[in-house]
Design a protein around this ligand. Structure first.
Ligand code: SAH
Ligand code: SF4
Length: 396
């Protein structure tokens, strides 16, 4: 790659055309309500009953977390048999789980085709956040991000995206017992979702949207749109669409205050620069009726961490309701950067804070198990570039 390499959204591996799996049966997980209805009618459900059947099956799948048609006891036995003949309830598979000293859990999840993605659960005192992936690897090549060095890329299906949430609920043992409601057993362990794992969610828009619609549906997993945050590196044309069609909170990987530096750190900036990005973000709160945008800013020693950067940052985002999340750089093998010194990060935070913005410094979580931001990359697909290659790609 060179500085002139076009930024494309090519995915090297296209997912098999799901929902038809190996068995020729249709996987129900990941179908929207409309698609589920159509599938049921095609399988022989009388149109008049379709709405009720959708509601019943939806509740079993996404409210009780049931995986067998046999267990859907409010459906007649012959209908359960019909469902089993035509459909499957397929989730990705947890291959391994690591638990950090700080309680963070990292799951390695295998999806169709044998690919793997990572999912991270971060327990906090007042919430539990699940960081989910939208792609295997990432087509973008941000120079500080481990995922960006993984060559193999494919989009996840909607079922594989919502499936990550379902697997985590399995592991946390958080499905309400049939007959009880969500929250009957106290605060939710999995209360928030961040699309901050592997991949660029806005380059897999339709699947991410469908999966989030399922997660937000009040008759199922029922997470409010205000508890879901999508992080983008800046796919400008999709930002308004995200506001209108998903309506979740937005985070942006900002990371630099001049186009020159951002081009190196977040190469998609060469396609849509800071000004275009900020214009799209200015519109977001109004379009999505949400309060503020989160600006993520990774602190890289001697690269983007000066007082002048902090001042430029607050000037650039003037007028946008915002919170600035400062992320101390998380190291990974071969990374061409270092974390800024602690005093530097605090000084930067101070300048931003004095300008009137919340500027939390994100405590790295799960670093001991390589679960922190930007460290994710499936261990089995380490088509890792050399340190020299990464540095060259970054134009360093
Ligand atoms: N592709 C999306 C979402 C995934 S990345 C995006 O780029 O926004 C989630 C966050 O972690 C992003 O802000 C990303 O820039 C940041 N990140 C990536 N590598 C990192 C690293 N090594 N240390 C700290 N943060 C990193
Ligand atoms: Fe992809 Fe985000 Fe990593 Fe950039 S920071 S390479 S967009 S996952």
């Amino acid at each position: 790659m060179t500085a002139e390499t076009p930024i494309t959204q090519d995915v090297l591996t296209i997912p098999r055309k799901l929902p038809e799996g190996e068995s020729g049966k249709v996987n129900l997980i990941g179908l929207t309500r409309t698609a589920l209805r159509e599938a049921l009618i095609e399988a022989g459900t009388p149109e008049k009953q379709a709405k009720m059947r959708v509601n019943q099956i939806w509740q079993w799948l996404y409210h009780w977390g049931v995986r067998e048609f046999e267990a859907m006891t409010n459906l007649a036995k012959p209908y359960r048999a019909l469902l089993a003949e035509k459909f499957t309830i397929d989730l990705p598979e947890i291959v391994s789980k690591q638990v950090s000293a700080d309680g963070t859990r990292k799951y390695l999840v295998r999806i169709a085709g044998g690919h793997e993605v990572e999912v991270v659960y971060i327990p906090e005192t007042d919430r539990g956040t699940l960081c989910i992936s939208s792609q295997v690897g990432c087509t973008l090549t941000c120079s500080f991000c481990h995922t960006g060095t993984q060559k193999l890329v494919r989009n996840l299906t909607a079922g594989e995206i919502v499936g990550q949430i379902m697997l985590a609920r399995d592991d946390l043992d958080e499905w309400p017992a049939p007959g009880t409601g969500t929250g009957d057993n106290g605060p939710r362990l999995l209360s928030n979702i961040v699309l901050m794992g592997m991949g660029e969610p806005l380059y897999n828009f339709d699947n991410v949207r469908d999966a989030m619609k399922i997660a937000m549906d009040g008759e199922g997993i029922a997470l409010s749109r205000r508890r879901i945050t999508l992080s983008t590196s800046g796919v400008v044309p999709e930002i308004a669409k995200c506001a209108e069609e998903i309506g979740c909170l937005m985070a942006v990987s900002f990371h630099a205050t001049t186009d020159e530096v951002r081009n190196k750190l977040v190469p998609i900036n060469k396609r849509w620069n800071i000004e275009q990005l900020l214009n799209a973000l200015r519109e977001y709160p109004r379009l999505s009726n949400s309060e503020r945008i989160t600006f993520e800013y990774v602190m890289l020693k001697d690269v983007n961490d000066t007082d002048a950067d902090a001042r430029r940052l607050v000037k650039l985002i003037q007028g946008i309701p915002a919170k600035i999340n400062l992320i101390p750089f998380n190291e990974w093998p071969g990374a061409p950067y270092q974390r800024s010194d602690w005093e530097r990060i605090e000084r930067f935070a101070d300048i931003v804070h004095k300008a009137g913005y919340a500027s939390p410094i994100r405590t790295p979580r799960g670093e001991d198990i390589m679960a922190a931001c930007g460290q994710l990359k499936s261990a089995t697909e380490r088509a890792r570039k050399s340190r020299a290659q990464i540095a060259q790609d970054a134009g360093l």
